[in-house]
Each structure stands twice: as C-alpha cells, then as structure tokens.
Design a protein around this ligand. Structure first.
Ligand code: SR1
Ligand code: MG
Length: 408
C-alpha cells in the first residue's frame, strides 16, 4: 500500500478516510462531514451517519498556526502529543476525557469520540449556566493526571522517559512568548484594545517589580518539570453537560509546573467573573453568578487538594518525599505557583494575541473596557502578591479590593 503523505483534509477526504475505518460505519452509510474547528490551531471535522445517528471527530493538526496563517509554522507532532496525553489521562480518569479511537502519525490525525451533546464550558459560563459537578470533576482531573505523572508517584527513570516522550518545544514556545513575554512589551503579536493602551503602557510595561515576578514565573514554566501538565487548561478546553465533564485539547502537554494547569482554570473562571457585569444587567443575578464562580474556584482547589493528598498518602513510597513537613511545603509552593500563573493567564487574554470571548463579546464598549481593566488589576495582584496567598479566602478579599479600586 502506498505510504500516505501528509495533506490537510477536505470534507470529502474526511468522509473517505472515515469509510475505511474498521467497524465504525456500515458500508452503505450516507456520511456527512463538516469542518467545525473554531480554535486557533487545527482542523476539526465531525463525520456523521444520520441514519444510525453515530458520529466521530477527526482532529487534524495543520503545519502552521491556523489563526495566523502559514507565516507561523508549527510542528505536526502536537497531534501525537495530544493523543498520547489523552490516553495517559484515560488511564487515571477515563470518564473525564474523550475516548481516542486511533491516531495516524503521517496525517497528524486523531480519531476520537464526538462530544456534540456537550457544550464548551466557556460558552456555558457566558450564558450564566451553573455546572454543579464541574469543580469536583476538574479538581479530580487535575489531581489524578498531575499526581500520577509526577515524581510523587513514578520511579525517577520512568518519569524522565515520559519527559522525553512529551518533549513539546514548539507549543511551549508559544506559551513562553504569548503568556510570559509579549504582554510586557510593545510586541507585534499583541492585540491591545485601543481604550486601554496607555493604561497598559504604565500599568504593565513600566512596572519593574511586576516584570521581575513574571520573569520568575516564566523561569518556573521553563524549568519546573514536576508533572505532565495539560498546558492549555482554559474553559475552552473543557466540554460540559449537567452530568458530564470532559477535558479536551492537551496538545500543549509537557512536563511543567503543577500550578500551571490550576492557574489556567482559575484565570479563566476569573475572566468570566470580570465579564459578568457586561453580560448580566440584573445586579442580584449577576452577584449570585459571580459568587458561584468564586465558589467554583474554591471548591475546585479543595477537590484537587483532597484527591492529591489521598493519592500522596496511599501511593507515594519514595523515602525522602515521606519526610514529615515535605508535603505541606510542596503543596504550598503549588498554590503560590497557581496564583501567579493565573495572573499571567489573565493578563495575556487582555493584551496578548488570543483574547477570550467572555470579554470580547461584551456588547457595550464601556462595560468591556471596565472588564478588561478589572482583569488586568486582578492579574497583576495575583502575580505580585502570590506569596501572601494562604487560602482561597485571600483570593476573594483581593478581588473585592481590586473591584473597589476599579470603581474609584
Ligand atoms: C497561536 S495560539 C494562541 C493560543 O491558542 C491556544 O489555545 C493557546 O492558549 C495559545 O496560547
Ligand atoms: Mg486548544
């Protein structure tokens, strides 16, 4: 059989590929395919047999950044990383990730479960929907995926082999630039809303203390290979129903700091918090939903902490890691990292290349600018004050203070 050469699929080619997958669709099935990708990087096809109702997803990497074009080349190996990270997660929390059916290296193609009965969490949060299982599910997902790939669980040699397996320099470089570098200078990739440009120049670019702290967090991102992190765990990487939570899209996975995933989720919940005044005019409803978001942050951390602790108590055997006091210091450092990374993730979504719909879809210009300024203030406080953070209560108080400052 002729060797397949990489090429980006058309909808027709996606159907032809789906037909020859073993035991997937009946031979006579009439298949429909649509390209539904709305992310920054890849093609995503849904292939459906209307007769039987069965459907699958093809996710295919492009050799460049989709939203920018072929002027920004990108390694196709990210499709392998994503499929292997999903399989790794499925070993420890199978209900919380989509099932991977197959992976084709030559085509940089993942064939996986269709989650079209689920909604992207970000869209649900913008609509003001509450997901009561979310905090528990994400806390559990983070605790299990991070613990089981860390030195608290794995033999040191096995862990180092996984670091090689998940060597992901192209995608890490995107984060190094777009999260930790460009927002703090006048970079061409930035996308700074005109009304806040002069505020950004003074509030971010001339603040040497802030830039020093961001540099330290960037250094942690570069060097702290604690566990296999998802690497892009925002609310667009989670799909939900009332009963089900699925974490998708781990193409940025690599061995990094545990706090990076936790911080990403906190940041994106807080970005939605900042956006609420622009979406919900009814004050009582708005405040109740904002309280739900903060409770979700708190509960997510509590579930993470409880499950991570349970796993440490029952699975960790390495002698020095069992030294009394070690675990408490380890976890405190994870918490401080998470708070600092959350700040970086908030700021990048206001001034960097890729924004979030929570804020960009606010219809009123004044409300949108207010949300952007509040997100910058909270982000900066998270970065510069992260080592004072002891509890999630601290976070709630700090947010209230920043809201007060923004109103003055
Ligand atoms: C050029 S890629 C921009 C962003 O999209 C992804 O979701 C990551 O967050 C990345 O930083
Ligand atoms: Mg993604």
């Amino acid at each position: 059989m002729a060797e397949v050469q990489y090429h980006a699929f058309s909808t027709e080619e996606a159907i032809a590929y789906a037909r020859q997958l073993p035991n997937r669709f009946p031979a006579e099935a009439v298949l429909r395919s649509e390209e539904i990708g709305d992310g920054n990087l890849n093609l995503v096809f849904r292939i459906r047999d209307d007769e039987s109702g069965s459907s699958i997803i093809f996710k295919q990497a492009l050799p460049y950044v989709r939203v920018v074009g072929d002027g920004w080349p990108l390694s196709l190996d990210r499709a392998r990383i994503e499929s292997e990270a999903l399989l790794q997660a499925a070993e420890v929390c199978p209900d919380l990730v989509p099932e991977v059916y197959s992976y084709n290296a030559a085509l940089a193609l993942i064939v996986m479960e269709d989650l079209s009965d689920h909604l992207i969490l970000r869209k649900g949060l913008i609509q003001g929907i509450r997901y009561e299982k979310l905090a528990r599910d994400i806390g559990t997902y983070m605790a299990r995926t991070l613990f089981y790939t860390s030195d608290l669980c794995l033999d040191a040699g096995v862990k180092k082999a996984k670091q090689v397996q998940f060597h992901n320099p192209d995608l890490c470089k995107i984060t190094e630039d777009l999260v930790f570098t460009h927002p703090y200078m006048d970079a061409s990739t930035n996308n700074i809303p005109a009304p806040i440009r002069s505020f950004v120049e003074t509030f971010l670019w001339t603040d040497d203390e802030l830039k020093r702290e961001v540099a330290l967090l960037k250094h942690a991102f570069l060097t702290k290979g604690q566990a296999l992190v998802h690497g892009d765990l925002h609310t667009g990487s989670v799909m939900v129903t009332e009963e089900s939570t699925k974490v998708i899209d781990p193409e940025f996975a690599f061995y990094g700091p545990i706090g990076f995933d936790i911080g990403a989720m906190i940041a994106n919940l807080l970005l939605n918090y900042c956006a609420q005044p622009g979406h919900q005019q009814d004050q009582a409803k708005r405040e109740a939903y904002q309280a739900y978001l903060l409770d979700t942050v708190a509960s997510m951390w509590e579930h993470f902490e409880a499950e991570f602790r349970r796993l440490y108590d029952t699975q960790t055997t390495e002698a020095m890691s069992k030294t009394p006091g070690f675990y408490e210091r380890y976890l405190q450092s994870v918490f401080h990292d998470a708070i600092g990374f959350a700040g970086c993730k908030m700021i990048r979504r206001i001034v960097g290349l890729a924004h979030v719909a929570d804020i960009d879809t606010i219809p009123d210009d004044v409300d949108r600018t207010a949300a952007q300024l509040l997100a910058l203030r909270i982000g900066k406080a998270l970065i510069t004050k992260r080592e004072q953070a002891t509890t999630i209560e601290w976070l709630k108080n700090m947010i209230a203070q920043q809201e007060q400052t923004e109103r003055v």
